[in-house]
Design a protein around this ligand. Sequence first.
Ligand SMILES: Cc1ncc(COP(=O)(O)O)c(C=O)c1O
Length: 386
Amino acid sequence: MANKVNQVYLDYAATTPMAEEAFEAMLPYFREEFGNPSSLHRFGQRAEAALEEARETVARHLNCDVEEVIFTSGGTESDNLALRGCALARQRQNGANHILISAVEHHAVSHTAEQLAHHFGFEVETLPVDSQGMVSPEEVRKRIRPETALVSIIYANNEIGTINRIDEIGKICREEGIPFHTDAVQATAYLPLDVNRLNIDLLSLGAHKFYGPKGIGVLYLRKDTPFISLQTGGGQEWGRRSGTPNVPYIVGMSAALKFVKAHQDLWKNTLVRLRDRLIEEVLAEIPNSQLTGHRTQRLPNHASFVFEGVESQRLVALLDNEGFACSSASACKTGNPSPSAVLLALGLPRELAMGSLRVTLGKDTSEEDLDGFIRCLKSVIARLRR
Ligand SMILES: Cc1ncc(COP(=O)(O)O)c(C=O)c1O
């Protein structure tokens, strides 16, 4: 996708442009249909009808009941609500004080778990991953204890694209009677989300990763899962998340979900072909480059690399100058870049982890975009190494 200044967007894991269908669906709910779904009059009733229709769309997609769908402000809130809401309820219920997460969780999960450890007396155990970023289901089984409050394992990783064996992990948690949460924020556009087949008790979604608006998401919460609400007030969302629902954004998210469902199969084939070509050419033509994450069990649109002797912040800046928007995995909030914890968890040396690049494709990515990108990447890396 090239925008007005001919910039090619290759950062669909960061966010996606909104689908026309989602944008159009939202518009009436800002002005003509502005009612509060809790109001008894017709304005309210029409807003409520739109809200409940969107909830049904989400419930169908997840194969769950409408009462199990909680609308939130996005992936971060859903992860926070899942971990804190369920762990605190389990602690109160039976003193459970152990939380099991993986070493490749998004910060919305790992930082929430850390806070539960620092302020609420939980012990957080972090499962290692293999060199391709995958969690071993058997390792999950070994680490579950009678006092485990919750297991949370990411479905598909944002930095390295690796897809976990969520169904197997869910089955183990089900057998052990432990609630299982998965962060499916990156998975939604491409992977199956049937919560029953996958044995999931709590699941997080965020609309802006699947061509919907930013600032809206879903927490799926299986019936009878222990849960304490964190936001109290008017009792919306069955008292689990009070606050007037964001009707236009919820309608937009539901339209985006229909949009990805309609195109999923087509995209998958095209994107896997483009992704594999990108990976093969980069590894063949750029010396001392390495793929991060799993070679095949990865998101169809996701390619990620590390390059020896390259500093990723500079690489991303130079690529941007040349017209290509990608991202790196290292954070630089203090002027002192640090390597990503996810890349270190794969066992990569620190220096190599500092040379990361994530290239994520989407519905508008073309062969020509990739031709230009690969040519540019080769020359930029050669320049940086000189
Ligand atoms: C795996 C994962 N979880 C959670 C989030 C946070 O979602 P949001 O931006 O909707 O708060 C992201 C966004 O980058 C993500 O990639």
